[in-house]
Design a protein around this ligand. Structure first.
Ligand code: PLP
Length: 285
């Protein structure tokens, strides 16, 4: 596998970063995951704006980077079999003697690679999953896409240990998002999803799904559902770059609604497939 590291193109097994890198020592880094369909990057500009916002939020200087992202992404996409997968990129605050405050002269570390799409292993269809409910143990800057992901790691592991594919996170009785996804609830034909604020990562897939809902005339409200609204929902689904749009048909081992894929999910899932096809042939981004 070919990777990009600080301006060089090298085989993944030869790519090394310093043990003093602050990404390693402190988790002092930000990242992005961008879907690739038919060698084309999905919402590249939006992912780059989010990277910029994350860097700004943690005091990393975007102007200190000399990388031409579009050229790097295009070359990485070329490494994917059939051009299907995701591009991962990470920027850390560089290598420096360990002290919490920012180092004066450490160049940022920039790393990127492409990964083929991994087929989902959910309940049957690949776009149907089960979930558990967990307390949201994360900090309150969930809008920053940082690779300091220990809380998300523990939550995802808890889900896996209980035979589920996602942990839906509750804070002050509100379900804001999942450990690795945004969450949507359907009640009486109406979508409910948490608003973009510091308690969620503003998902690129989430925003595409809201655009598709608007186009299909499906009403939606950006308000975080309560735990009771989630558990009494007709349908629940999640969105993310990796899982796209996936139905949650069981929560804590109980069926959601009638336990089957719901009509609103089916419409949005189908619309998302069409959208992807348009990205593949280059008529949408
Ligand atoms: N929320 C969290 C905590 C995530 O980790 C992710 C994706 O990794 C998302 C939401 C979905 O974001 P996107 O659709 O941009 O992948």
């Amino acid at each position: 596998m070919l990777v990009y590291l600080n301006g060089d193109w090298i085989p993944g097994e030869d790519a090394c970063v310093s043990v003093f890198d602050r990404g390693f020592i402190f988790g002092d880094s930000v990242y992005e995951v961008i879907p690739v369909y038919g060698y084309r990057l999905f919402r590249e500009a939006t992912h780059l704006s989010r990277l910029k916002a994350s860097m700004l939020a943690v005091g990393m200087d975007m102007n200190a980077l000399t990388v031409t992202w579009s050229a790097v992404f295009a070359r990485l996409a070329e490494t994917l079999p059939s051009g299907e997968g995701t591009v991962y990129l990470q920027v850390t605050r560089g290598a420096a003697p360990r002290q919490h405050t920012f180092p004066a002269n450490a160049p940022l570390t920039v790393f990127a690679y492409a990964r083929p799409r991994v087929p989902e292993t959910g309940v049957g269809t690949g776009y149907e999953i089960s979930a558990i409910l967990c307390d949201d143990i994360r900090w309150t800057r969930c809008d920053i896409k940082t690779a300091s992901l220990i809380a998300n790691v523990l939550l995802a592991q808890e889900a896996a240990a209980r035979g589920a594919e996602e942990a839906l996170l509750v804070r002050d009785d509100r379900v804001n998002e999942g450990a690795v996804s945004n969450v949507f609830v359907v009640r009486a034909g109406r979508l409910l999803t948490a608003p973009r604020n510091h308690l969620i990562l503003g998902g690129v897939t989430r925003d595409v799904v809201l655009e598709l809902a608007a186009g299909l005339g499906i009403p939606f409200e950006e308000r975080a559902p309560s735990r009771a609204e989630l558990l009494g929902a007709d349908e629940v689904f999640i969105t993310s770059s990796g899982r796209e749009v996936a139905a949650v048909t069981r929560i804590d081992d109980r069926p959601v609604g009638d336990g089957r894929l719901g009509p609103v999910f089916r419409r949005l899932h189908a619309a998302f497939q069409t959208f992807k096809e348009e990205v593949r042939i280059g008529t949408r981004t």
